[in-house]
Design a protein around this ligand. Structure first.
Ligand SMILES: [Zn+2]
Length: 260
């Protein structure tokens, strides 16, 4: 089975990063301006060769849209903008932050669900490097966050996304123990994997700087523009850490290759 899953975070009024989600320069990289997000949805709608789906109805080759962290922008503007197109999304909630400034309240979570969106767990505390936690800590992150959401929503919660880019089998096993059946990662892959009793869905992360054409290409099934950008970014990060001259040399070669 394959799926193309887009990963967004917050959507804010022109640069007003404090309005929604986590507050840090790193978090702001993932916050799109409302106008730009509207353009993304429009281009995705034009380019997509398949219907936007929910994981609960996912057929092979599904296209899905997800939002991490549980920032306040999920309810407005994001949910309304999706609904205008007849789409529904998946919202993954960091439960320790429910009701805090810039994050969704319990009433808003119920409203999202009532409007047909999927509400799932994104852990309790959004741990940095979740795969390094002990079994007991992992159990708390998944079981406790699922329990809190189930209490708020009054129904079983079986969907979650993993905070941060890293995960291992220990993270997946603990999620399965907490009753999670559909688990979204940040691996840029389309193949859906069965592991430890969970269906694992990869996702393609969209940042503020991601061109809307890349989102559209992903929706159309063309992963290459997005992956190339990501590879370049990753390579740049590593090479900058290693040393400037090495990076400059690689850059020169890449540019020469592109020209030729
Ligand atoms: Zn997150």
């Amino acid at each position: 089975m394959k799926a193309t899953v887009l990963l967004y975070h917050d959507v804010v009024r022109a640069g007003q990063f404090t309005a929604s989600g986590f507050q840090s320069p790193d978090a702001n990289i993932y916050k799109l301006d409302e106008d730009e997000f509207g353009q993304h949805l429009q281009r995705i709608g034009q380019a997509a060769r398949r219907k936007m789906m929910l994981v609960s109805q996912a057929a092979d080759d599904a296209l899905m849209i997800t939002f991490d962290d549980g920032g306040a922008s999920a309810i407005a503007p994001i949910a309304g903008m999706l609904e205008q197109r007849g789409w529904r999304g998946h919202f993954f909630i960091t439960t320790d932050y429910i009701g805090k400034p810039g994050f969704l309240t319990p009433a808003e979570l119920r409203q999202l669900r009532a409007r047909g969106h999927i509400v799932g767990s994104h852990s309790c505390s959004h741990p940095f490097r979740i795969h390094t936690l002990s079994e007991a800590e992992l159990d708390r992150e998944w079981s406790e966050s699922v329990r809190i959401l189930e209490q708020i929503l009054g129904e079983p919660v079986t969907t979650a996304s993993i905070p941060g880019g890293f995960y291992g089998d220990n993270v997946v096993r603990a999620a399965a123990r907490a009753g999670i059946r559909d688990l979204f990662t940040s691996e840029p892959v389309r193949r859906v994997e069965d592991r430890e009793g969970c269906r694992l869905f990869g996702r393609f992360s969209i940042q503020r700087a991601t061109p809307r054409e890349h989102a559209a290409a992903l929706a159309a099934g063309d992963l290459w523009p997005h992956l190339r950008q990501r590879l370049l970014w990753d390579a740049k990060k590593v090479l900058k850490a290693v040393g400037g001259p090495v990076w400059l040399e690689v850059r020169k070669r890449l540019l020469a290759k592109r020209a030729g």
